[in-house]
Design a protein around this ligand. Structure first.
Ligand code: C5P
Length: 326
């Protein structure tokens, strides 16, 4: 917060990535989406959002009286991340703004002119792999809802934000809540799941993104609906048993991802050869995650598989939801 600025005019939020420990696809729905059962967890690999209100102090320009709030968005140099309306952060801000009556969705709500009054300026710094199967964009959108709920003084609860989040994408409701959850339907119905202890992951990222829609289309061509249940994963989580969890990791999208990107099958093999207790594609890929016995083991495995990925991170799970850091 800059010197002399009144409090409450800037918030920063850390938004965690998501991994899928279990993802079974039950079939294609009439609306084109797929019904699934997934166990998801947030991991301590974060993007950061800074959000400011420009212009006079917030209490003098409380936007509830009008619908003239404009949104601006700047994004760091990360490749492939749009800074305009195409970014889920901008869409989340517009959605919440329209719901609260601050933003007029029929007007040009994306601010072009810096320094204009009634402007909410959002800056996004990426660390989560882009289009990587780790819900990076969804997590940024969830973080935006949480940040603006505080900054705009909307007074909404987590349940309100979670319900709204489904309009932004299938993973966004989970990202509002974070932690460990069982997701069903399109992925938007989330129920908390018990998880004891901490798990240590090696996260192998690729700079070549995969489109979620392409991966699901490929699944339509090559795969059959599965009836696998997540019981073994849920039991391993509640027992804090890394070995059992490693052996139980499931992703029905993995064969489709490997058909699109055969080198990732080798990369998964490299994680297992390096001593991972289990390894699987996260979500629609191309990120591949390996479970380590402990933190030191995660670092050791990460060093050994570095040549198979563009970047390798280590991170613990479960993390929480979006976290206001100031
Ligand atoms: O919901 P979201 O916008 O993140 O989904 C991106 C794409 O992934 C959808 O357009 C759809 O093609 C596919 N998808 C799906 N079934 C789901 C979730 C996503 O087919 N449950």
């Amino acid at each position: 917060m800059g010197a002399g600025q009144p409090p409450g005019r800037r918030v920063e939020v850390r938004t965690p990535a998501k991994i899928n420990l279990f993802l079974a696809i039950r079939g294609r729905r009439p609306d084109g989406y797929h019904d699934l059962v997934s166990v998801m967890q947030t991991v301590a690999l974060h993007d950061r959002l800074s959000v400011d209100i420009d212009g006079p102090p917030a209490h003098e320009q409380h936007p509830a009286a009008h619908r003239r709030m404009q949104i601006s968005l700047s994004v760091d140099e990360t490749r492939g991340v749009p800074a305009g309306r195409g970014n889920l952060v901008a869409q989340a801000a517009a959605l919440l703004g329209a719901r609260m009556g601050f933003v007029d969705p029929t007007q040009d709500w994306m601010a072009q002119v810096p320094g204009r009054a009634h402007r909410t300026a959002i800056a996004l710094r990426k660390r989560i792999p882009v289009a990587g199967g780790m819900a990076g964009g969804s997590s940024d959108a969830a973080g935006t809802l949480v940040a603006l709920n505080a900054l705009w003084d909307c007074g909404l609860g987590v349940d309100d934000l979670r319900d709204m989040a489904a309009d932004l994408g299938s993973d966004v409701p989970f990202c509002v809540v974070g932690g460990t959850a069982l997701a069903t339907g399109r992925g938007t119905q989330v129920a908390r799941v018990l998880c004891r202890g901490t798990f240590h992951w090696v996260i192998g990222a690729s700079d070549e993104p995969l489109s979620t829609a392409d991966v699901y289309r490929h699944w339509d061509e090559v795969a059959e609906p599965s009836t696998t249940e997540p019981d073994v994963v849920l039991t391993a989580l509640s027992a804090g048993d890394a070995e059992a969890l490693g052996a139980a990791l499931v992703n029905d999208l993995q064969p489709a991802v490997f058909r699109l990107r055969p080198e990732l099958a080798d990369a998964r093999g490299a994680l297992l050869d390096a001593g991972a207790l289990g390894a699987v594609v996260s979500g629609s890929g191309p990120t591949v995650i390996g479970l380590a016995a402990d933190e030191a083991d995660a670092h050791r495995i990460a060093d050994r598989v570095a040549d198979h990925f563009d970047r390798v991170h280590t991170a613990a799970s479960p993390a929480g939801g979006p976290e206001l850091v100031r």
